[in-house]
Design a protein around this ligand. Structure first.
Ligand SMILES: Cc1cc2nc3c(=O)[nH]c(=O)nc-3n(C[C@H](O)[C@H](O)[C@H](O)COP(=O)(O)O)c2cc1C
Length: 372
């Protein structure tokens, strides 16, 4: 085992972590209409802490009551009641030795349901590619969004900042600004969805501007010591082929700017965390580490401990986040440490709706496999 081993302590900003394994953010549409954490969700998140994960990143929490909500049953951080609902979970996670980060998400043009607004908004009035996600109650194509005005943008920034403050008051150890996977901030980052001719459009330096403004507002709202991360990807839930048109030059501009913006980490996600970001280049995770100088959490397609360890050893990353492998094995860390066989992820765990009722039903029906 090296000093950089999966099971050794790590730091993200001022935060000490027991090991280098994080649960990736995963939307489970189980919060009900009020957007509150439920006892079922508490048990779900707590099982990852009991299973040994050092860091748990929540599903994307919507940040305002204007355009940010993406899904029916998505939890939010837009009022005191929503924030308060997370307090018992944070206490339970801390008691189990884990740390918690709230992911702050504005769905923008990819919103499939919004209890506060029937319109969608994005950087430009461009109909998103692809189809809505069926396992989150979506059907057919996406609506063409309203192009956001400067005052819409200002409202979105304030939403992130206030949600971060509520997360801090609710006992989270940090927040992760969701700049990945095709949601609002990634819509600004991506040339295809961003046709703006103002300071938010055009070059990668302009396209990343909104992310930098959100980071600054979140930092101002939460103080110097609160952990702030940013999640970045090239691929999107509605476009699994997307690459930044400027290639590595875009990665250099985006990660350098984020590195100087007052964040504590970058979380990269690609379908395969070790794949070259562009033909012949390093992985997105490596590029993020190189250009930002920040700790990087790498995510995407990691199932086995050896793969995770390889990311630490060869891709300059500090932590590895597991999504589907953690769903199949909430006790992945305990299993990996002891060499116990891992359960395979099955999409049936998320069917027909990706909520916790269906997951519970799946695991009840496959109880014998679970104990195998
Ligand atoms: C059911 C489900 C829900 C997801 N929800 C989110 C989310 O809320 N925020 C986010 O950034 N990524 C989300 N993701 C993406 C995961 O965090 C992760 O990037 C993806 O599953 C690839 O990693 P994996 O191969 O380890 O699963 C979701 C993935 C799944 C399977």
């Amino acid at each position: 085992m090296t000093d950089n081993s999966l099971f050794t302590p790590a730091r993200l900003g001022g935060l000490s972590l027991g090991n280098r394994l994080a649960v990736a953010p995963m939307t489970r549409v189980s919060a009900g209409t009020e957007g509150l954490l439920t006892p079922q969700m508490l048990d779900y998140y707590h099982s990852f802490a009991e299973g040994g994960f050092g860091l748990i990143i929540t599903e994307g929490l919507y940040t305002d009551r204007v355009y940010s909500q993406g899904y029916q049953g998505q939890p939010g951080l837009t009022c005191q009641a929503q924030a308060e609902s997370w307090k018992p979970l944070n206490q339970a996670l801390h008691a189990a030795g884990a740390r918690s980060i709230a992911q702050l998400m504005h769905a923008g043009a990819l919103s499939q349901f919004n209890g506060f607004n029937s319109d969608t908004a994005g950087p430009s009035a461009v109909k998103p590619k692809g189809q809505q996600m069926g396992f989150y109650d979506g059907e057919g194509g996406y609506a063409t969004p309203k192009a956001m005005t400067q005052s819409d943008i200002d409202v979105a920034i304030v939403g992130f900042a206030q949600a971060a403050q509520r997360a801090q008051a609710a006992g989270f150890d940090g927040v992760e600004i969701h700049g990945a996977n095709g949601y609002l901030l990634d819509q600004f980052l991506s040339a295809g969805s961003n046709e703006r001719t103002d300071g938010y459009g055009g070059t990668p330096q302009n396209r990343v501007r909104l992310i930098l403004e959100v980071i600054a507002a979140v930092r101002a709202a939460t103080g110097a010591d609160f952990v702030i991360g940013v999640r970045i990807s090239q691929k999107k839930v509605n476009d699994d082929q997307h690459l930044w048109p400027e290639g590595e030059a875009a990665a250099a501009a985006i990660f350098t700017a984020i590195g100087q913006a007052g964040t504590d980490y970058i979380h990269t996600t690609e379908p395969g965390a070790e794949q070259a970001a562009f033909e012949g280049t390093a992985s997105l995770a490596s590029l993020a580490a190189r250009y930002s100088g920040l700790p990087v959490i790498a995510n995407g397609g990691v199932g086995q401990a050896a793969q995770a360890q390889h990311l630490l050893d060869e891709h300059q990353v500090t932590l590895v986040a597991l999504g589907k492998a953690a769903l199949a094995n909430p006790d992945w860390v305990l299993r990996a440490r002891s060499g116990t066989a891992l359960r395979e992820f099955e999409f049936a765990m998320l069917a027909p709706r990706a909520d916790l009722d269906n997951a519970q039903r799946y695991f009840a029906e496959h109880a014998s496999a679970a104990s195998a």
